[in-house]
Design a protein around this ligand. Structure first.
Ligand code: DAH
Length: 356
């Protein structure tokens, strides 16, 4: 058996002289690896007689511990050295120009949607949603729009191919069907707003086949036109940020409300220009009315017991009016210059609400 003291001297010296971590690892494998010298000597112990085995075993074990400790010490010295070297040679030049990070903006439509939600939230409304693909029953019939009613034609509906079960499916033309879904599944009192996509086969500077609406529904007992007016006047003034904004209620017709109104705000038109606020002109921004007794009946509710009002508005239109955007189609063209110009900073207070 090789003289242990020679092996010890050689190994410790090699460890001491190791110049880097790769060399050190090779020394470790040579000494303590599976086929390493110390490991092989340990394997041979079994062939010795008991007295010799005990003595030799003790020496070998001491050597193994010594070599392991020595390897560990050298390793941490070498690691420190290489770190020092890197710190000395690698430098960060903090004066170099940074790579520009393009910052996105909040789409005006998202911004306006949340501005509207914020106002109605303060008035106690909760957000509800419904499917984009609706059946004829929810989109029209239950909303008191019978089969032969001209309102069906006015709304330029996209119908889906006839399904085998005979149910007519379509892309919803309004957010009003969520009124029906809510009335059928919730007990009054109800106070919801419904932001969402709607679809109509129509396209020009003020119409796109896909646009967005915000529906509102409030159902309780003893609700009357006074509540409707108070709620929507508050909304208009808050949204346009004008306490003295003139608001006008005009008789109108919607099949699902009786009486029905259209709501105009005051404005001043000069040529192509329009200024919201005081003036002699009017601009329509909302449809509304008291929920029709037939809508209550269609949802299994007694119109003698419950009353309420509903309203609906186009979100793109509101955004265009508030922020002076002339063409509706630009909302969907994904032109980065348009988005930079009309988009909102992600650091706006309202945008923080969006990101939450
Ligand atoms: N759904 C109507 C539309 O798309 C808007 C509307 C008018 C909704 C009056 C209502 C309402 O809830 O009461 O033109």
């Amino acid at each position: 058996m090789k003289n242990l003291s020679i092996l010890r001297e050689q190994t410790l010296k090699a460890i001491e002289d190791a110049a880097d971590l790769t060399v050190l690892e090779a020394i470790r494998v040579n000494a303590l690896g599976k086929q390493g010298e110390i490991s092989l000597l340990m394997k041979k112990l079994g062939t010795l007689d008991p007295q010799e085995r005990r003595e030799q075993g003790q020496h070998l074990n001491e050597l193994r511990i010594l070599v392991t400790e020595s390897l560990g010490r050298r390793k941490s010295i070498l690691e420190n050295q290489s770190l020092e070297e890197r710190l000395a040679t690698e430098k960060i030049d903090v004066t170099l120009p940074q790579c520009p990070q393009p910052l996105g903006t909040i789409h005006p439509l998202s911004q306006v949607m949340y501005e509207v939600i914020q106002i109605f939230k303060k008035l106690g409304f909760a957000v509800a949603e419904g499917p984009n693909i609706e059946d004829d029953e929810h989109n029209f019939t239950a909303l008191n729009v019978p089969l032969d009613h001209p309102a069906r034609l006015e709304q330029d509906t996209f119908y889906l191919p006839q399904s085998p079960n005979g149910i007519t499916m379509l892309l919803r033309t309004q957010t009003s069907p969520v009124q029906i879904r809510t009335l059928k599944t919730n007990k009054p009192p109800i106070r919801i707003i419904v932001p969402g996509r709607v679809f109509r086969s129509d396209s020009d500077a003020t119409h796109t086949p896909n646009f967005h609406q915000m529906e509102g529904l409030l159902i309780d007992k003893d609700i009357h036109m006074g509540h409707l007016k108070g709620c929507l006047i508050t909304f208009c003034k808050e949204f346009f940020g004008m306490d003295d904004l003139p608001v006008r209620f005009r008789p109108a017709f919607f099949p699902f409300t009786e009486p029905s109104v259209e709501i105009d705000i005051g404005c001043k038109r000069t040529g192509q220009d329009m200024k919201i606020g005081k003036g002699t002109d009017w601009l329509e921004i909302l449809g509304a009315g008291m929920v029709h007794p037939n809508v209550f009946r269609n949802c299994g509710l007694d119109p003698e017991e419950h009353q309420g009002f509903a309203f609906g508005m186009g979100l793109e239109r509101l955004a265009m009016l508030k922020y002076g955007m002339p063409d509706l189609r630009a909302f969907y063209e994904c032109d980065i210059r348009w988005l930079r110009h009309y988009g909102f900073s992600v650091f706006d207070a309202l945008s923080e609400e969006i990101l939450r």
